[in-house]
Design a protein. Structure first.
Length: 326
């Protein structure tokens, strides 16, 4: 009853692993999925989450929760996956570009788990939000294991609201500061650099935090940090939705939202590491990987907003990231 569906590893296996980080991480992603889905469903009031459990024949599976065509949300997806097996040659090569791996005949046993979400509201004055928190473990040819955590939470508004930006970033900073005051500025910059659409010369949104391949100071300490970040998702986003979900908007503002959604699609399909890794992993559930794409988007030829407009204002921030908390 705590979760949206029975856990992928099964209640007995999860209970057996309840004290090690791998088991606690699976509990955390299940709890995060349920907490976010219930908060969003209560806000929407018009549609419920469809819950699909799926199995991967190579090992593991997942739970996909998707709400579509609600009163507040056009599409909101919150997915959990717990998969294991052998990395594909393509995935091994992708990983070798970031880490030193000792494979055996190109084979690397792995376990990966995470919770991932993208929420696309109907109202252009409510921003899109994305979060992902994950744990990865591999076994090298000599039997040694490498592990690391990754994740983050970031906001993509159609129009800039400075109060919302400050609230969002301040909430994430407070979660980071519980562990080390150096983390927020480091991961805020990483977020601005990662969600960069090179061919457009602009960021996908106004950022947040992002980190990957984190394996120090210790497994327990990194897990505690990830847990704090996951607990900050609802408080950093839900108040913004409540504040703006009934704001009036014009057809022109809706059009601008559709154009910004096009940019979102471009980043996710061209640059996003998680999307590319998922598509390169045998047995992946394509519907879950592409859940991040909106129901609707638009591309117009040579569209340029008027100078000094609210559309031009958000573009300026996307091209030149700002410090929102100092």
């Amino acid at each position: 009853q705590r979760f949206m569906a029975p856990p992928v590893s099964g209640p007995r296996e999860l209970w057996r692993r309840r004290r090690d980080v791998r088991g606690r991480m699976e509990l955390l992603i299940m709890e995060t999925q349920a907490e976010v889905c219930r908060a969003l469903a209560a806000l929407d009031g018009g549609a419920a989450f469809a819950v699909h459990t799926w199995e991967r024949k190579e090992g593991g599976g997942g739970i996909s929760c998707v709400l579509q065509d609600g009163h507040v949300f056009e599409k909101a997806g919150v997915n959990v996956s717990v998969v294991f097996g052998q990395l594909s040659a393509e995935a091994v090569q992708q990983m070798k570009s970031r880490k030193t791996l000792k494979d055996k005949d190109g084979k690397v046993p792995f376990c990966a788990m995470g919770v991932s979400s993208v929420i696309h509201p109907k109202n252009p004055h409510v921003p899109t939000v994305h979060f992902n928190y994950r744990y990865f473990e591999i076994e090298e040819a000599d039997g040694t294991k490498q592990w690391w955590f990754g994740g983050g939470t970031d906001l993509t508004p159609t129009y800039l609201n400075k109060e919302d930006a400050v609230h969002f970033h301040r909430t994430l900073k407070e979660a980071c500061d519980k562990h080390d005051p150096k983390l927020y500025p480091k991961y805020k910059k990483w977020c601005d650099d990662y969600f960069y659409i090179k061919h457009r010369g602009e960021r996908r949104g106004i950022g947040g935090i992002f980190f990957d391949d984190v394996d120090s100071p210790s497994k327990e300490e990194v897990f505690q940090f990830v847990q704090s970040c996951a607990k900050a998702i609802v408080p950093c986003y839900v108040p913004i939705v409540k504040k703006h979900c009934h704001d009036p908007f014009t057809p022109e503002e809706k059009l601008w939202q559709q154009l910004r959604r096009g940019r979102y699609v471009e980043f996710n399909l061209v640059y996003d590491r998680g999307t590319k890794f998922g598509l390169a992993t045998p047995g992946s559930r394509i519907e879950s990987i592409l859940m991040s794409l909106p129901l609707t988007a638009r591309w117009e030829y040579m569209h340029t907003p008027p100078e000094n407009s609210r559309e031009a204002e958000i573009l300026e921030v996307l091209r030149n990231p700002k410090d929102w908390v100092h």
